[in-house]
Design a protein around this ligand. Sequence first.
Ligand code: ATP
Ligand code: MG
Length: 553
Amino acid sequence: MNETGQNFLEEIVEADLNSGKYRSIITRFPPEPNGYLHIGHAKSICLNFGLAKKFGGTTNLRFDDTNPVKEDVEYVDSIQEDVRWLGFDWAAVYYASDYFEQLYDWAHKLIDKGLAYVDDQTQEEIRLGRGTVTLPGMESPFRNRSIEENRKLFTRMREGVFKDGEKVLRAKIDMTHPNMLMRDPILYRIIHTSHHRTGDRWCIYPMYDWAHGQSDSIEQITHSICTLEFDVHRPLYDWFIEQLEIFPSHQYEFARLNLTYTVMSKRKLHELVKSGFVSGWDDPRMPTICGLRRRGYTPESIRLFAERVGVAKRDNVIDLGLLEWCVREELNKRALRFMAVLNPVKVTITNYPKGKEESFEAPVNPEDPSLGSRKIAFSRELYIEKDDFMEDPPKKYFRLSLGTEVRLKYGYIIKCNDVIKNDLGEIVELLCTYDPTSRGADGVWRSVKGTIHWVSATGAQKATVRLFDRLFTEPNMDDLPQESEYTDFINPHSLQTVTAFIEPALADCPATLPVQFERLGYFVADLQDMPNHRLFNRTVTLKDSWIKNQSNT
Ligand code: ATP
Ligand code: MG
């Protein structure tokens, strides 16, 4: 960010508009439809759509569908759904495959200029001939075919005369170029595979480099933004545009988003799904947009995250805690508050009359008084968290223990006098008394050290609750110790399912709304697995480790 608060891409766009280089800008988001979008893509989406929006331009959605082997309409559909859900609207949706005919003509143009040739070498020979960073490459024995012969062979490649791998079309640039990508890059390879849009019309498919810049150019993209690893591709991107004398799109690179405890490569995400370690692409532990959505992340929270991450020119790893902080920020404003007990132990208030019931008023969301209040029932029997009681507590344990007092949130102060245990010595019930003068809002105020949440046994409903932990145990998943695999660091405890008691008002609340279980975190109903809304996913806990870490450093 500079002193005007703009990132380097915004500065470039602003300068281009001010100098009159462009009257308006066009960006694009170019996913390959070979998997579901993840939080890294969300960063790119927010950036591309955000830039255009800020400067009054437009953004295209373009499917980079040049590899028929891995692509599928399932992904095309999910990508559109996810981009819309994030809150963005494209000016147009295009497919690189729409440009196959144009790209094919342009390949002929290069051939005619003596700048492309058909190579019969095997993949291995081509790889070896390319040299290394320190060793120049060697020219292919087929490099100096005549233009006529190249035209004929390339046409026959398209006609399906040759088998996969038998021939490729290469650009004729410079086999000694310091940039390896400029050493006669491959433009087309033969793949006899049906394409999800063009069917069997083609058996030659363009490589990324041959398709990407030209697709940008066709759409008159002014600022083509991609991740840093593509900076070595830029000379080639420019070379094609220059040789073809077409609209000069320009490529700019920014640092890809990496998150601690997270893998984002589509190959690995595919493997997690295939191995059954997660329930699908939309498993709430996945870093995919659909997984985050199911986990209870809102579009606002993801956009806030993208903004907070900013646009860097150097690779770094972002703390997963920042993403969690963003969703807390958002949900704190919106989530309706309820009480739920995840790991219950029964409490009997021995001095409270049997059959009597009263209720307390509690705010629906203290951040937003306009939402009003809810009624919370109180009776002789209730549930509290097992964790909130200790028979023999250490110092500074401010929750309930034998002989001490605690306040039931919104309600009375209670004191524990005795415990009942089962044959295994486990506590199954707490016998408590309440102080009738201590009733929350209208009682005599008296302070006690601890306040705990609870649910009255009368009216309490059962719900299944899923608690999540990070999918991996290692913060830096892109920098693992040698000879280890990312699968070695899968967290076996990333999913815990419990049966909880929830207050009845929660069961009546519309299932699509995010809720806070007081003291426990933010949750959302999982309608997919239980349409009758008795299953909740924990989005995030209330505890904010990120802020704490920040202030420690
Ligand atoms: P993979 O290599 O795992 O298949 P990809 O990056 O090739 O993923 P694409 O579908 O080609 O996936 O990506 C579409 C766009 O999203 C590209 O412009 C790419 O640069 C961007 N993108 C992908 N991952 C990230 C990330 N982690 N951070 C920022 N942008 C990303
Ligand atoms: Mg890609």
